[in-house]
Design a protein around this ligand. Structure first.
Ligand code: T46
Length: 133
């Protein structure tokens, strides 16, 4: 499984850093939704689902966290700690987020608006779904 981590351009000067993200230029899809999570307590794990069609870019814009990606055949762990790095999470990929630092802010850029019908929240169902493809 290939992990795709984007390194965004940083516009830095003596005032600090700035990252700008444009759909189709920096992000490989039209951004229809942005959400972020924070105040994730110690030991918290999130995710535990896959999406049928949604594509996303995950950016830990503050602090750090880990993401486990699982395509049903292979699993990979990715550490996110840089506000200028974005992890691409394609559809049909199981994901789990964990080991959030207390100050972590995980921002997600999504290719679709929120739709609970797009979620596969049961791992066995996920395996059946990808094997049917
Ligand atoms: C994903 C990972 C990385 C909304 O109302 N709108 C939204 O856009 C989202 C994302 C969530 N919600 C509601 C639904 C739940 O009642 O917020 C609550 C928490 O959502 P969820 O348990 O799905 O959160 P995570 O952190 O497990 O997963 C989220 C995304 O849902 C998911 O698409 O890939 O982050």
């Amino acid at each position: 499984m290939q992990i795709v981590k984007y390194q965004f351009q940083q516009h830095g000067d003596e005032r600090g850093q700035l990252v700008a993200l444009e759909e189709f230029n920096d992000i490989p899809f039209k951004i229809k939704r942005v959400y972020y999570m924070y105040d994730t307590g110690e030991g918290v794990t999130r995710g535990y689902h896959a999406h049928k069609s949604l594509e996303q870019i995950l950016i830990c814009i503050h602090g750090s966290c880990k993401v486990l990606l699982d395509n049903g055949k292979e699993k990979k762990k990715v550490f996110l700690e840089k506000p200028y790095e974005g992890l691409y999470v394609p559809n049909n990929m199981w994901r789990e987020m964990y080991d959030f630092s207390p100050d972590a802010v995980l921002m997600c850029l999504a290719s679709e608006v929120y739709n609970e019908e797009d979620y596969i929240r049961d791992y066995e169902e996920f395996l059946k779904f990808i094997n049917r493809k």
